[in-house]
Ligand binder design. Structure first.
Ligand code: NAP
Length: 259
């Protein structure tokens, strides 16, 4: 059996291809997960718990198809697979650092820094007269996930914020904040309409990478919206990495047959 560590579109696509040969593992964070084939939900109990699972289920290989920001799970996978001797491959979408527009964005290392940077960019636009002096004029569009919404409250609590998330956070939000629950992929036309409707001035995103959610970056450039990007966390070295689901399937095809 192959274990796919998922929670991403890549994980679901792999599970579709490997139906009958693989189990798709989800963290169990969302109440309405999109599942494919045989699925398990919930943590393993750290690297030691995952190692025990790999032994118990005689797992042949693990594909780490978690989100580029799910660094803890990737660390646990590297440690557990090395300990048990199970082959591991990581599917990692190409970073947006190589995007043709990347040099025009503000790159930051944390959500707290992203929040401060977004507030500073809004203040600059107010000072420059492109946005009025009312703090509720000109919105920040947050596309950083439910788990991190709260990190933006200290710096942006008094501003107008549109937080786009797959599932709404369980938080009391300030007056100027609005939550939009929707899942990608998003089209350029849809993003244009959203930016226009909410008078978006600043976009904040993680460097999720890949093409599924990059329409917002092109539309931001088109409309003169400032962009703040949170850099990816470091992932453990020494794990083979492939950029696509197709390449992961090829990697699996070339694994030696177990005795
Ligand atoms: P994380 O910080 O790397 O992981 C925290 C803990 O959650 C892990 O130690 C593990 O618990 C459990 N876990 C994470 N992914 C799991 C999986 N696929 N199967 C079983 N247990 C898992 O992860 P996260 O950033 O909170 O993300 C949680 C899930 O959401 C991931 O599966 C990820 O692919 C998906 N996701 C994350 C983001 C993001 O921005 N972080 C965005 C989209 C989707 P134990 O230690 O108990 O095993």
């Amino acid at each position: 059996m192959i274990v796919i560590l998922g929670g991403t579109a890549e994980g679901r696509r792999l599970a579709t291809w490997l139906d009958g040969r693989a189990v798709l593992s989800l963290a169990g964070r969302t109440e309405r997960p999109v599942t494919v084939g045989q699925t398990r939900r919930g943590g393993f109990g750290g690297a030691a718990g995952l190692a025990a699972y790999l032994r118990e289920h005689a797992v042949e290989a693990v594909v780490d198809a978690t989100h580029p920001f799910a660094a803890q799970m990737s660390r646990n996978a590297a440690e557990a697979c090395a300990e048990v001797g199970v082959p591991l491959v990581r599917v990692l979408r190409p970073s947006w650092a190589g995007h043709p527009l990347a040099d025009g964005w503000a790159w930051v290392d944390s959500h707290a820094e992203a929040a401060e940077t977004a507030a500073g960019l809004l203040a600059g636009r107010r000072a420059g007269g492109t946005v009025g002096s009312n703090p509720l004029e000109g919105a920040v569009l947050l596309t950083v996930g439910r788990q991190h919404t709260a990190d933006y409250l200290p710096a942006l609590g008094a501003h107008r914020v549109v937080a786009r998330v797959a599932e709404a956070p369980d938080l009391q939000l300030p007056e100027g904040w609005e939550v939009l629950s929707s899942r990608g992929p998003f089209t350029a036309d849809g993003e244009r309409a959203l930016f226009g409707e909410h008078a978006v001035e600043v976009l904040v995103t993680k460097d999720s990478g890949g093409p599924m959610t990059d329409a917002k970056l092109v539309v931001a450039e088109e409309l003169g919206v400032a962009v703040v990007v949170v850099r990816r966390p470091k992932l453990p070295a020494g794990v083979p990495e492939v950029p696509t689901v197709e390449a992961a399937l090829e990697w699996l095809d070339h694994l030696p047959t177990p005795n």
